[in-house]
Design a protein around this ligand. Structure first.
Ligand code: FES
Length: 107
């Protein structure tokens, strides 16, 4: 089964196998997406905002909850490395996540 994810602000859309993480999907289409800990749920740098389809994502894990905190979760923030796509979603990669000045200019 396939799912669809759209990344803003670049407005890039891709179809991926259901169960793919948001981070895998963004990196898979060549987007700049910071992930300092390599997807181990310890840095928080991969966090994204879910704009549409939060019901189409895997449940928030205990580790994700601990790292993000209740306030960010209330604002539809998720860890892209932990969050699996199970349907259609629209995600914003925040502009405060560039890894370099060059990335910032391209975002
Ligand atoms: S890459 Fe570090 S928490 Fe997701």
């Amino acid at each position: 089964m396939e799912s669809t994810v759209t990344f803003l602000p670049k407005n890039k859309k891709t179809r991926i196998p259901s169960g793919t993480t948001i981070l895998e999907a963004s990196l898979g289409i060549g987007l700049v997406h910071r992930h300092v800990c390599g997807g181990n749920a310890t840095c928080g740098t991969c966090r994204v905002i879910i704009l549409e389809g939060k019901e189409n994502l895997s449940p928030i894990s205990k580790r994700e909850f601990q790292l993000l905190g209740e306030d960010r979760i209330q604002q539809n923030c998720r860890l892209a490395c932990q969050c699996k796509i199970l349907g259609e979603v629209v995600v914003k990669i925040p502009s405060w996540l560039p890894v370099s000045v060059q990335d910032a200019q391209n975002s």
